[in-house]
Ligand binder design. Structure first.
Ligand SMILES: Nc1ncnc2c1ncn2[C@@H]1O[C@H](COP(=O)(O)OP(=O)(O)OP(=O)(O)O)[C@@H](O)[C@H]1O
Length: 314
């Protein structure tokens, strides 16, 4: 199987409103794939089509090589979908809640005890199994929701804005759990409207806007997009007022920009006059200690703003 998700030319209308307008993208097995777009871009609609909650109107969607139109059961058995607004049985304990879903999948009591133990360990919730859901923080409830999605041991996780409303610590912990799940061989498709949130986590990304695919491919390629003037980020142990004078003498340097609140500078080069090896050699020849030297990747927000349009869609 080449792709876990394969979407070709998919459009979707709600009455006259075109929510999706010919989107196309693929998700490779065992990848952590980000799905990013501004509000109203069509992320939830796409997720619902992939997880068979909406019927496709136009185009082709295959999940594990199954056509979503004709293989609903086979697909549902292998996916776990976590919607953006989760409603839970708040008066149950964590154990009862997960056990209930295990029973709905038809697992025996013995199997359920093992499965619930496993998913609680995976989501680091073992110590909370007897707590009532209504007493848990949002971050903890989100973890229970993720544990619930793992009960049927799905190969593909579809997570709609899983980090929304979480504090920074809960976000970082959630990302760590997702990395662990990927290490276990699962494919994770995660939507967000914040690109930078997914940058470190995801190896590939699809950006959509107003129902259209704007980018789909490796995260690295999005950030490394060729610019006419290669940019480097440098920190050397010279006094701040000497850095600019020293670097400006180097052949091919077009501009030097101090980075706000940091002692790094951003240096743009003219590629017809120098290249990265030559430039590094010239910086070494300045004779000072080099603390940091690296290619400056395009800022994520820049990439996102370049690819998406102004204004909020209704
Ligand atoms: N059931 C529906 N009936 C009518 N219009 C809908 C329906 N569901 C979604 N839409 C519209 O389709 C477009 C795409 O909505 P969707 O929820 O897929 O976007 P989204 O990218 O998930 O947005 P957000 O980040 O705000 O959750 C929006 O313009 C939305 O208003």
């Amino acid at each position: 199987m080449e792709h876990v998700i394969d979407i070709k030319n998919v459009s979707h209308l709600f009455k006259q409103h075109r929510a999706l307008d010919g989107i196309t993208f693929q998700v490779a097995p065992q990848s952590l794939h980000g799905f990013v777009g501004p509000n109203g871009a069509g992320k939830t609609t796409t997720l619902k089509l992939i997880c068979t909650l909406l019927k496709p109107q136009m185009g082709q969607i295959n999940v594990f090589d199954y056509d979503v139109r004709s293989n609903v059961k086979a697909i549902r058995r292998r996916i776990g979908y976590m919607p953006d607004h989760f409603s839970m049985y708040r008066q149950m304990t964590v154990f009862e809640y997960l056990d209930f879903f295990g029973a709905a999948y038809g697992f025996s009591l013995k199997e359920r005890n093992r499965i619930v133990g496993d998913v609680l360990a995976l989501t680091d919730m073992d110590g909370r199994k007897d707590d009532f859901i209504q007493g848990l923080s949002r971050g903890m409830q989100q973890r229970v929701s993720l544990a619930r999605v793992l009960v049927n041991d799905p190969d593909l996780l579809l997570l709609d804005e899983p980090a929304s409303g979480l504090d920074p610590r809960a976000r970082i912990e959630l990302m760590e759990i997702l990395r662990e799940l990927r290490r276990m061989g699962k494919t994770i498709f995660i939507s967000s409207h914040i690109l930078s949130e997914l940058a470190e986590l995801c190896d590939s990304v699809t950006i959509i806007d107003r129902g259209k695919t704007k980018y789909s491919g490796p995260m690295e390629a999005l950030l490394d997009e060729k610019t006419e003037t290669p940019t480097f980020r440098i920190r050397v142990d010279l006094p701040a007022d000497e850095v600019e004078a020293a670097l400006s003498k180097i052949n091919g340097v077009v501009s030097i920009q101090p980075m706000e609140g940091r002692s790094d500078v951003r240096v743009k080069l003219d590629p017809t006059l120098t290249d990265s090896n030559q430039f590094l050699g010239d910086v070494i020849n300045l004779g000072c200690n080099i603390i940091n030297f690296g290619r400056d990747q395009r800022h994520l927000n820049e990439a996102f703003m370049d690819l998406t349009e102004r204004g909020v869609r209704n």
